[in-house]
Ligand binder design. Structure first.
Ligand SMILES: Nc1ncnc2c1ncn2[C@@H]1O[C@H](COP(=O)(O)OP(=O)(O)OP(=O)(O)O)[C@@H](O)[C@H]1O
Length: 597
């Protein structure tokens, strides 16, 4: 087993000497790999991690390249932009700001699209920008712009490939490390929740629309920086390298390398660039005529990779070179997060008043009223189809009553989004468990504490969030210990048994520091001992003053635990009271309990 530091050290050493020992041809090849990897890295974040497919990244590369080409070659610039003329570094700043603005506009237009409409949207603006580059006279039309000056660093001109090499790889490695840092943070967990966990993440207070926009803009900025370097490496720009087919190639690199892996971008860019170079030499000789045969070959390769190695080449490589896994250390000394004061025991915190919900002609809830007090457990029970989930959805703000209202801490729930409700102190679990299976138990629970932190993208990328991050993870660990899952803290959540996953969801809900817990069938799938432990935990939480509403089918579990029961049938409340009274109620026995016993 090698340590990750050792491997990184060897890699950096090889990079440092590469331009000194390699021929200019290979240095150029490495330069292009670095440039492509920078774009592919953005796609790893956007597509691999965030699940948003974009074919249009080449257009952002073009924005970076053209901005610097125009600013550094124009003889006359409009007055307001004159300050940025002639300097590649100022042009980089302008390019990044300009790209961020364009990405924000395009993102707000396209990111709301779902399914295949989003990739189609990216194709649309990718093509538009490409044709814009070739059409505008100021950009030199299809001939482009020449005479782009070299970048200067401390008065030293980087006008040869070997000199620019270090700058390109410095950009790439900085991007790799900041992306890694970002993913390993509060914002990163929110980003990773985009792929498959949006409903859950919103319920935990994550603004998923914001997270989508963040990765879209970051990916665009990576592409812009690559374009800037490209323009000063080539010393001229024309529209050809910014077309849709190159956009597809970038995506191809990310997928081949391993779309979910930061280092996969480098592997993908390396493999594709070298293979393309080699095939361009070899294939025409084999076929005896010139032509773009490598394109056909790449198409076939893509099909094979998608069939045989969906996670790309990085996981295969990682298996060849065994690296010691670094486990996240918890900082026991980290200060505990502040807690919201709980309402006084006995105070009504949730009140549903005459709630009716109609779906067309069907009345799923009819005139339903119930209340939950701080420091009590209320069970909502009833046979299948009685309307419990519909009621649960209205209480949690996922659905709105046709008439009547739900008040939480005296404020109406209807019309507020899940995040706001979470912020008010209501936290929930799901009937069908919603976890991020590849993330650890610790990381999953830490998502619950999202609203208890505030560090954003920049502090995460540059590790200025470590103090807060330690506090968030400590809080997550505390909740994991509290629910009895400590031994699984660093296991992938998906490797847990279903019962344990339900418990994990409770830990995640608790990490939000709620005063009301909504539990949707928490005992389903639990073994006897686990149910006992869960009941014990819920009693403890009740003792602390948390109000708990649970929808449950398991009568034994409910009757021995809760303070009061509300029984529903056909959308209506047929009984309410102490468990022992409800158990003896003839209407309930007839409707439900009789059937069970
Ligand atoms: N979005 C919807 N559109 C139309 N009908 C719905 C909708 N949601 C629920 N229903 C109907 O409302 C009724 C109550 O369903 P609900 O899921 O609330 O019952 P439940 O008590 O939670 O059942 P279970 O225990 O099986 O989960 C059912 O007849 C269901 O088909």
């Amino acid at each position: 087993m090698f340590s990750p530091r050792l491997i990184l050290g060897v890699f950096l050493a090889v990079l440092a000497v590469a331009p000194l020992v390699l021929s200019p041809f290979y240095v150029t090849l490495l330069n292009y790999i670095g440039l492509y990897a920078l774009v592919a890295l953005g796609l790893v974040l956007l597509t691999g991690v965030g699940g948003l497919t974009s074919f249009g990244q080449a257009a952002f590369v073009g924005l970076g390249a053209y901005t610097t080409a125009v600013l550094t070659t124009a003889t006359e610039l409009p007055g307001w932009l004159a300050w940025a003329g002639g300097s590649p570094w100022l042009a980089l700043v302008v390019g990044l700001v300009f790209t961020a603005v364009v990405a924000l506009v395009l993102g707000s237009l396209t990111l709301r699209l779902s399914g295949h409409y989003l990739p189609l949207g990216t194709i649309a603006w990718g093509i538009s920008l490409y044709f814009l580059f070739g059409t505008l006279d100021t950009l030199g039309g299809h001939t482009g712009l020449t005479g782009v000056p070299p970048i200067t660093v401390f008065g030293f001109e980087l006008d040869r490939g070997e000199e620019l090499f270090y700058l390109i790889w410095l950009f790439l490695l900085s991007a790799v490390f900041t992306t890694q840092n970002l993913l390993d943070s509060r914002e990163g967990r929110a980003i990773r929740a985009l792929k498959g966990g949006m409903v859950m993440a919103e319920a935990m207070g994550v603004n998923t629309a914001r997270s989508r926009m963040i990765i879209f803009v970051i990916a665009a900025l990576h592409a812009c920086a690559s374009g800037w370097l490209y323009a000063h490496l080539q010393r001229f720009v024309n529209p050809t390298p910014f077309g849709l087919h190159i956009g597809i190639e970038y995506l191809f690199m990310a997928v081949v390398g391993g779309a979910g892996q930061v280092w996969g971008a480098l592997v993908g860019a390396g493999v594709i660039t070298i293979a393309k170079q080699w095939l361009q030499d070899v294939l025409p000789r084999i076929f005896g005529q010139s032509g773009n045969f490598e394109v056909i070959f790449f198409g076939l390769m893509m099909v094979i990779v998608l069939q045989r190695a969906r996670d790309g080449l990085w996981p295969l490589l990682a298996r060849l070179v065994p690296v010691r896994a670094t486990r996240r250390e918890l900082d026991a000394a980290a200060e505990a997060l502040p807690r919201k004061p709980l309402p006084a025991k006995g105070e009504v915190i949730l009140e549903a008043k005459e709630v009716t919900r109609r779906f067309g002609g069907l009345v799923a809830n009819n005139n339903m009223s119930l209340s939950v007090r701080a420091g009590e457990i209320l069970a909502l029970i009833g046979p299948n189809g009685a309307g419990k989930s519909t009621m649960f959805n209205q209480i949690s703000g996922v659905d709105t009553p046709t008439s009547g209202e739900v008040l939480f801490l005296g404020r109406a729930v209807a019309g507020r989004d899940s995040r706001e409700i979470a912020r008010m102190g209501m936290s929930r679990t799901f009937q069908h468990v919603k976890l991020l299976p590849t993330m650890t138990v610790l990381e999953n629970v830490a998502i619950g504490a999202h609203l208890r932190g505030d560090k954003g993208v920049l502090s995460s990328a540059w590790r200025l969030d470590r103090n807060q991050e330690a506090r968030l993870l400590n809080e997550a660990a505390r909740q994991i210990e509290r629910v009895g899952l400590a031994e699984h803290m660093f296991d992938a959540a998906g490797s847990l048994a279903l019962g344990q996953q339900r418990i994990l969801e409770i830990a995640r809900a608790l990490a939000a520091d709620p005063c009301l817990l909504l539990l949707d069938e928490p005992a389903a799938g639990l073994r006897f001992k686990e149910k006992q432990a869960l009941a014990e935990l819920l009693r403890k939480l009740r003792g602390e003053g948390i109000g708990i509403l649970l929808v449950e089918h398991d009568m034994d579990f409910v009757m021995g635990l809760v303070n009061r029961v509300v029984v529903m049938e056909f959308g209506e409340k047929i009984a309410e009271g102490l468990p022992e009274d409800v158990q003896r109620n003839p209407a309930v026995l007839e409707a439900y309990l009789g059937g069970v016993e």
